[in-house]
Design a protein around this ligand. Sequence first.
Ligand code: BV8
Ligand code: ZN
Length: 275
Amino acid sequence: ISGLTLTTTRPSSDSSAFKAQLAQAQNIVILTGAGVSAESGIPTFRGPGGLWRTYQATDLATPQAFQRDPSLVWEFYHYRRELMATKAPNPAHRALAQFETQCEGQGRSCRVITQNIDGLHQAAGSQDVLELHGALFRVRCTACGVETANHDSPICPALHGRGQPDAHRSEPPIPVASLPRCVDCGGLLRPAVVWFGENLNPEVFRRAHQAVDECDLCLVVGTSALVYPAALFAPGVAARGAEVAEFNIEPTASTSDYGFYFEGPCGQTLPPLLL
Ligand code: BV8
Ligand code: ZN
């Protein structure tokens, strides 16, 4: 049938029914993706901002890309690190952190498990955040394996002023010797993030899985649920009959599995429903 566009949408759920579930829940898990940081001005991966220069972010977030062109990959992560200097948590991060504090005061557990590497949940006051895919401001030595926090801006002199998203690559690649190097052994540093094709940190994954298995309510906020294994968590909660509430600006492939769905920017939808 010509002109039929299949737009799967779903009306937002009843907020008082959700609030009743929220009040009864004892162990709450909050799974977040790039959408929770969108209102802070951080581009999402699959939205319009998912491009950097002529690359898809997902093409650069791989060990192969780093092996082939460490200068380009470091420019990409340097750009994202520098971007954070002007970014702050938005009302979604803050509502989640406040709700977490509220739960602690009521003897309930509330845990944020994020796919994001921007550190904004911690900046908003969330405690013990599980970062499934690592952190933008941590680096790991490719030679000795030492992992450290690093907030240096720029992370090395050669990256100063590099990484502009719209510039077509005019500068020559930075020699690998001038890229970030390990202070202990001189080895090449990499961002301590999980790239596509890499395993998640086993300890982080185990703790996340345990929290997800033990929760009686899961909120899934701002994720396209396309990246595995993170995408398996919320459907797993729904599959064992526990409650899931999704907060997104559009339905995802899993929305129909969930009891609650609230459409809209989560910086607007979360605060009145949580606090
Ligand atoms: C692994 C860190 C084992 C780096 C990231 C088939 C089946 C199963 C697995 C695979 C498969 N094919 C390939 C794989 C493996 C692969 C994978 O899942 N690929 C996908 C693309 C199919 N997974 C892996 O490689 C993982 N490792 O599986 O280990 C293994 C080992 C060896 C070989 C194979 C497997 C590791 C994945 C981790 C990759 N690293 N990030 C960095 O950040 O640079 S992933 C990165 O992309 C993010 O961390 C995040 O996870 C993902 C982006 O997803 P989202 O966060 O959801 O963001 P997105 O832009 O997609 O969506 C934003 C959402 O927000 C949208 O829904 C939008 O509507 C919504 N939104 C926007 N604005 C708002 C909003 N919502 C609310 N309010 C708003 N204002
Ligand atoms: Zn080293």
